[in-house]
Design a protein around this ligand. Structure first.
Ligand SMILES: [Zn+2]
Length: 148
């Protein structure tokens, strides 16, 4: 799903795959973001967010909106998916590195079946994963190559 499709959808019924992972604005012209955490003492940033800094062990962190664009840090093609996975195989996973050095684990979307070259510029999208017991759409983040 691309962002325009996402904007046309009813975000009120969207829920993140994990509580607190994403900020999904109810105003259509605002963009969704990944929510990380930032240490209030040393400034280290994490995704997923953590209540304790793993660098200086301070227990005061705050929510931090992550950048939506980064570069491919690692990528690998998965040919044998876990049994509960219902999407297409093969698919690609890896890490995206943001400007502040944060590594975001992710699935890559809108790519072929070869690993993405390291350093490829990619941007955040949200994709539908399924529905919860209340019929709401569960969404999960992915990154796709930036269209120039
Ligand atoms: Zn810290």
């Amino acid at each position: 799903m691309d962002e325009q499709q996402a904007l046309n959808d009813t975000r009120l019924e969207w829920v993140p795959v994990q509580d607190g992972f994403y900020k999904i604005p109810k105003v259509p012209d605002q963009k969704f973001v990944l929510i990380g955490s930032r240490c209030t003492k040393c400034g280290e940033v994490y995704f997923p967010g953590t209540p304790q800094c793993l660098k200086c062990y301070t227990e005061t962190t705050e929510d931090y909106d992550l950048q939506r664009v980064g570069k491919v840090y690692s990528s690998t093609v998965v040919h044998l998916a876990p049994s509960m996975y219902q999407g297409q195989v093969p698919y690609m996973i890896g890490h995206v590195q943001l400007d502040n050095g944060v590594l975001v684990p992710t699935r890559f979307t809108e790519v072929g079946n070869s690993p993405l070259p390291l350093g490829t510029e990619v941007e955040l999208v949200l994709e539908k994963l399924g529905q919860d017991e209340k019929g709401r759409t569960i969404v999960v983040h992915a990154f796709r190559p930036v269209r120039k």
